[in-house]
Design a protein around this ligand. Structure first.
Ligand code: PMV
Length: 319
């Protein structure tokens, strides 16, 4: 049996992170320059039910029995076996690799889950639908993010720009694909500071409990920006997106989840000619994004590197 492989892209949140956890909409787009990949190979030399995991990026090579029951790779496999109603899968090696930076707001965890679910369900001869793939990846995200909104698994599964609204804590969110009338260019700059999303989300929760009036206001204002941004993207009115990004950034700063390093990169991008810039994802560290005129992308990337960015990705947002 030939090896089965599947990939899943990274993602960025263009508008609305954090407020999305509290019911406001957010806009996310896939980033195809970075990918997670899962390759499943049959191991006819081993008994049924034997599963070997290889994840060289994190130095892991272990059999199923040697990993804790709540390890994310184990949870993904268990979820797929349940969803496909297969008890004893044929023996296999699951090899996972990813070029998506970890804990950087680019959705690396969700992308690994989605690539694995796609490859494994196909390997088992029962390929799952996108909706089921996204749901399963969400279950795994919940165990690692605390209270994820579900935006990561959704945009990474569907691989297109989405307007996303969470329903309530336990339910999956609602996703609406929408038209990008005019492609636009985003430069993504990595602050080089790993920042687990769960910690940032927990801090915003705590702060919002301490000053609920202020945070309600910050979340509502974010929601308004997201609606305006969607309209601008659908109308191809890219000129208004930059200022909206800057407004979103100033709300995120008030939520307390920017950082000196992110602020420095955001400033550097604006000074180098970006139309707007903001942090993207959980914040504190991880990545920031800048909306740039296509012809200035390289120059703005250089300015970000000079200001301390440890990695740069230039991507085009398209339907
Ligand atoms: O750090 P990321 O890219 O996984 O994004 C987190 C986005 C938040 O809104 C902060 C949390 C969430 O689950 O939506």
């Amino acid at each position: 049996m030939p090896a089965i492989s599947a990939t899943a892209p990274g993602k960025i949140i263009l508008f609305g992170e954090h407020a999305v956890v509290y019911g406001q909409p957010a806009i996310a787009v896939p980033v195809n320059q970075v990918k997670a990949r899962a390759i499943i190979s049959a191991r006819p030399d081993q008994p049924r039910g034997w599963v070997n995991f290889q994840a060289p990026d994190i130095g892991l090579e272990k059999n199923w029995d040697d990993l804790p029951a709540d390890h994310p790779l184990v949870l993904v496999v268990r979820g797929v076996l349940e969803a496909t109603q297969i008890n004893q899968p044929p023996a296999m090696t699951i090899r996972v690799s990813s070029s998506i930076p970890i804990a950087a707001g680019l959705g690396s965890g969700a992308a690994v889950s989605v690539a694995m679910i796609r490859a494994l369900s196909e390997f088992l001869g029962r390929p799952l639908l996108d909706e089921d793939i996204s749901d399963l990846a969400f279950e795994v995200e919940k165990l690692y993010h605390g209270t994820p909104s579900g935006i990561d698994n959704t945009v990474i599964t569907y691989e297109k720009p989405i307007f996303f609204t969470r329903k309530d804590t336990d339910q999956k969110g609602m996703m609406e694909p929408f038209q990008v009338s005019k492609p636009f260019t985003i430069v993504i700059g990595d602050s080089g500071i790993p920042s687990p999303t769960a910690a940032a989300v927990a801090d915003v929760r705590k702060a919002s409990q301490e000053d609920s009036m202020l945070f309600q206001d910050l979340f509502n204002s974010t929601g308004k920006i997201v609606y305006q941004a969607r309209q601008a993207i659908e109308n191809g009115d890219i000129a208004v997106l930059g200022p909206l990004m800057n407004e979103n950034q100033s709300l995120l700063e008030k939520m307390g989840i920017s950082s000196i390093e992110l602020d420095r990169l955001v400033q550097a991008a604006r000074q180098a000619g970006a139309n707007g810039a903001k942090l993207s994802g959980g914040g504190r560290g991880g990545n920031m994004i800048a909306l740039v005129p296509k012809e200035s992308a390289q120059q703005i990337a250089k300015a970000l590197t000079a200001a301390g960015a440890t990695n740069i990705i230039i991507t085009t947002v398209n339907s």
